[in-house]
Design a protein around this ligand. Structure first.
Ligand SMILES: Nc1ncnc2c1ncn2[C@@H]1O[C@H](COP(=O)(O)OP(=O)(O)O)[C@@H](O)[C@H]1O
Ligand SMILES: [Mg+2]
Length: 214
């Protein structure tokens, strides 16, 4: 699988999802590579942090930018799965990866300024599917309020995605400190025992998005 985590908006949780999905897949005994296509290098920094802690598994990673189609073709011969952190804007890396990815996940916070980007995202996906009709695309709503009284915000965000023909996963992530705490220390939510709910969210997202792994 070539799994692309992309979108238009910074801070929506792309790097966080790419990192946690990479650890999830590795724990499922998949031979994975994490590819950081964001010039900001957030995921590369995370991998470095991780390398300093010998209790943690090594996550193979590379950085790449520009047209990464050929890079991905080559790497896909060596790894079972590649998880790509595409970074925060429409880029050549994002567009070229979309032509060859098997899966694309687009995180959106339930906020107007994230959902406003759906117009452009729909256009991008349409272009990608013209050359890569197999591409599985889903939205995931992230950093959702935990309060039941604010659940309407989550439903509205899902509805907004649907209105742009982008299917939202039923599972969303809730705003939890553990995501941020893990992130800062080169960890995933699977390696922090204090909050098992975040772990369950990521697991459910993976199963829904990628299906049961053989
Ligand atoms: N569900 C969540 N709850 C709380 N914080 C989150 C959640 N998802 C991501 N974050 C945090 O929000 C910040 C931005 O996320 P990040 O993955 O870096 O976004 P992006 O890569 O899209 O710019 C990070 O500090 C991250 O740890
Ligand atoms: Mg990022």
């Amino acid at each position: 699988m070539i799994i692309l985590i992309g979108g238009e908006k910074g801070g929506s949780g792309k790097s966080c999802l790419a990192q946690n999905l990479a650890v999830y897949l590795q724990q499922q005994e998949r031979d994975i590579l994490l590819l950081d296509a964001d010039p900001q290098g957030t995921t590369t920094d995370w991998v470095r942090e991780r390398e300093e802690n010998e209790d943690l598994s090594n996550i193979p990673s590379v950085q790449a930018s520009g047209n990464i189609r050929q890079v991905l073709l080559d790497l896909s011969k060596r790894y079972q799965d590649i998880v790509i952190d595409a970074g925060g804007q429409d880029s050549e890396a994002l567009r070229s990866a979309m032509t060859i990815a098997t899966h694309m996940l687009l995180p959106f916070r339930p906020k107007r300024r994230d959902l406003k980007t759906l117009v452009h995202v729909e256009e991008l996906i349409r272009l990608a599917k013209a050359v890569n009709p197999q591409l599985i695309t889903n939205a995931v709503i992230t950093q959702c309020p935990a309060l039941p009284s604010q659940a309407q915000r989550i439903w509205d965000a899902k509805e907004a995605c649907e209105s742009f023909y982008l299917k939202p996963l039923a599972q969303y992530t809730t705003n939890r400190n553990v995501y941020d705490d893990a992130d800062e220390n080169g960890l995933s939510v699977f390696e922090i025992s204090s909050d098992t709910k975040a772990k369950a969210e990521i697991e459910q997202i993976a199963i829904e998005f990628l299906g049961e792994l053989k």
